[in-house]
Design a protein around this ligand. Structure first.
Ligand code: MV4
Length: 449
């Protein structure tokens, strides 16, 4: 097992990783920018190294400085968390050149899944259902027209270098396609330096349902059921839950098996997520694979009573996963996470940096708060606005929502605006309470009424 791990991240996830390392008897090294000098990850790590000024490019994305910090402190491994360098194949490759174990998959797998058309083709060959469309990237507008007329409008064109909603265009007609094709390609070139585009049938009202997987170094992949992440605003998730209100045991097993097959086909090592679109008729289609631990991993941890960060560290150190799937505890549980962002929901979710003048977290049975915030903590404008996650778990979805409402009422954050009022309103919405929502839900939800 590793003796010392460097955490190449900040905020709640850095703290989350440090906690598990210490439970495992592993020493920790934090890295921080000058904006994060007073952060809890710096306080709670055994050692801390400043890696640069506030802008991410010069600190949390600064590979030479992070590798230097790892060398100076003599760590065996680097945990990248989420965001920043977590899905950077070059970083993963450089870590191994320096004999530092990157806690995550190989650079080749990161690269293959990072190119969305390649990822889709890889999954299709492994027998995972994919949305009908082009085989890989489309060579020309003429070919795009041909495919679109074969599958029928509406279609969606996606940048192969995009992902997470970046570089996509919904196309309603042949005229739209002619008009938007070059525009979309030029945008993709400007944004990603790669203008490869692929096409698929547009699914009008899908749910976003993802399967958590963990693979070991011996070719075995296990899954830990699904998370429903359909409640999103402009591709930012706001609420995640498990089990999904629309996934029955049969669908869960089919999606789980498909995810395991897909991940196993690339010898996937580490924790990963296979994202699916689920249609109104229960058909599911591969969308993307995330090759990192995700923000919403605690939802799965709460229903399985299982530490995913510990599992990541164990498989990185060469331990085996337990089989084709993990089993939840004796009684089926339900869990839900809401993201607490320093944003003003009354003002188009505009970021709201500043000093937290009062801070009280909820507690009690089935309530978990993962946060790096505290009273007098200053939220700077340099990083993303998520300041914490409130996760509750219980034996039914109804009970989870009741508990969430209670916990939100107890949560006190003053001095900045947060998404708490939004979540309070959402929890009272009838359609949400019935579990009737798609990825379009928030387009129609006006929380001020
Ligand atoms: C789609 C789609 C409908 N049909 N693909 C958005 C993020 C990126 N991972 C892919 N996305 C979508 N792909 C087809 N063929 C709708 C979306 C989509 C979406 C997906 C999940 C959650 C929220 C979303 C919001 C808008 C669009």
């Amino acid at each position: 097992m590793f003796k010392k791990i460097l955490i190449a991240n900040r905020g709640e996830i850095a703290l989350r990783i440090i906690r598990t390392c210490h439970e495992m008897g592993i020493r920790t090294v934090a890295v921080y920018s000058t904006a994060d000098r007073d952060s809890l990850h710096v306080r709670f790590a055994d050692e801390a190294v400043c890696i640069g000024p506030p802008p991410s490019r010069e600190s949390y994305l600064n590979i030479p400085n992070i590798i230097s910090a790892a060398e100076i402190t003599g760590v065996d491994a680097i945990h990248p968390g989420y965001g920043f360098l977590s899905e950077n194949a070059d970083f993963s490759r450089i870590c191994s050149e320096y004999k530092l174990k990157f806690i995550g998959p190989s650079p080749e797998v990161i690269e293959a899944m990072g190119d969305k058309a390649t990822a889709k083709e890889t999954m299709r060959r492994a027998g995972v259902p994919v949305v009908p469309g082009s085989d890989g990237v489309v060579a020309s507008l003429a070919q795009a027209r041909q495919i679109a007329s074969d599958i029928g409008f509406p279609v969606i064109i996606k940048a192969t270098a995009g992902g997470g909603g970046k570089g996509m265009r919904i196309i309603q007609s042949a005229a739209d396609l002619d008009r938007l094709w070059d525009m979309a390609r030029n945008e993709a070139m400007a944004a990603f330096g790669n203008d490869g585009m692929y096409i698929e049938k547009y699914i009008q009202r899908p749910r976003h349902i993802e399967i958590q997987v963990v693979g070991d170094q011996y070719g075995t992949v296990s899954h830990l059921s699904e998370r429903d992440c359909s409640i999103q605003r402009r591709h930012q998730k706001l609420v995640e839950e498990s089990p999904s209100p629309v996934v029955n045991q049969e669908l869960r097993e089919k999606m789980g098996e498909a995810a395991v097959q897909g991940a196993q086909s690339v010898n996937y090592e580490g924790a990963g997520t296979i994202e699916f679109l689920v249609d109104e008729d229960g058909s599911f289609y591969f969308m993307e694979m995330n090759t990192r631990i995700q923000v919403e991993h605690p939802v799965t941890e709460e229903i399985f009573f299982f530490d995913l960060i510990k599992e990541q560290i164990k498989v990185a150190a060469g331990e085996k996963v337990s089989g084709r799937r993990y089993y939840p505890n004796l009684h089926d549980r339900f869990a839900m996470e809401v993201r607490i962002n320093a944003e003003d929901p009354y003002n188009d979710f505009r970021p709201s940096p500043g000093r937290i003048t009062a801070f009280h977290k909820p507690g009690g049975h089935g309530v978990r708060v993962d946060t790096h915030a505290y009273q007098d903590y200053v939220i700077t404008p340099y990083y993303d606005s998520m300041i914490g996650k409130l996760i509750v778990s219980a034996f039914s979805r109804e009970e989870v929502i009741q508990k969430m409402e209670r916990a939100l009422d107890e949560f006190v954050i003053e001095g900045i605006k947060t998404t708490i009022p939004f979540h309070k309103k959402l929890m009272r919405d009838d359609r949400f309470r019935r579990g009737e929502f798609t990825t379009r839900f928030l387009e129609e939800f006006d929380f001020r009424n």
